[in-house]
Design a protein around this ligand. Structure first.
Ligand SMILES: Cc1cc2nc3c(=O)[nH]c(=O)nc-3n(C[C@H](O)[C@H](O)[C@H](O)COP(=O)(O)O)c2cc1C
Length: 175
């Protein structure tokens, strides 16, 4: 199989995984996933991201309690919290910090899928009532924005990819 075909098939297989077995995720896998995150493109290559790798059960449970739409953390083996720092971004624009860190997040989701793990984006930004507890629980310094919490774990197999292709979303020069 050509490399491009396997990359496309990985993209097609990625889905938000909300059902985990409860098994832990190896440090080796987490490092691979973090490397993929850092391989993302960023404006002027500023890389305005920071990653918090959470593996302690107690901390995963605290995040689970604090985030209304991240209850799957109770069975996740780990989580990566992708943060962005506007001061490290091109022109120190918050928009670039968020865009660049979003690209890193997508790489993280794809890398988890490639390793046979499951993951999903759960929102922290832009909700103050979600960012505040994440900041407090993880001792995030002032000025750093927690963008998301990405639970990672071994999938039970219940979650499947959706077919989201819509011809009517594609336009020509005449819209
Ligand atoms: C910015 C953003 C915020 C999201 N927040 C949550 C969340 O808080 N909880 C959750 O269960 N899923 C969340 N999701 C996952 C979406 O619900 C999911 O990507 C969407 O339903 C499409 O499904 P798929 O990822 O399986 O293709 C979020 C996704 C994005 C991109």
């Amino acid at each position: 199989m050509k490399k491009t075909q396997s990359a496309l098939s990985l993209i097609g297989c990625r889905k938000s995984v909300r059902h985990f077995t409860g098994a832990t995720v190896s440090g080796e896998d987490l490092l691979e996933i973090l490397k993929a995150g850092m391989a993302a493109p960023s404006a002027v290559d500023m890389q305005p991201w920071e990653f918090i790798c959470v593996t302690e059960r107690d901390t995963l449970d605290k995040l689970c309690d604090a985030l209304p739409y991240a209850k799957m953390l109770s069975k996740a083996g780990a989580a990566i919290v992708v943060c962005c720092d506007p001061l490290q971004a091109h022109h120190q624009f918050k928009e670039y910090a968020v865009i660049d860190s979003t690209l890193a997040s997508q790489n993280i989701l794809l890398a988890a899928e490639a390793l046979g793990l499951g993951a999903l984006w759960t929102a922290a930004y832009p909700y103050p009532e979600r960012m505040d507890p994440v900041r407090r629980i993880l001792h995030i310094p002032e000025g750093i924005i927690p963008l998301n919490v990405i639970p990672i774990g071994h999938p039970t197999g219940e979650d499947v990819p959706k077919d989201k292709f819509k011809q009517n979303k594609i336009h020509t020069e005449k819209w």
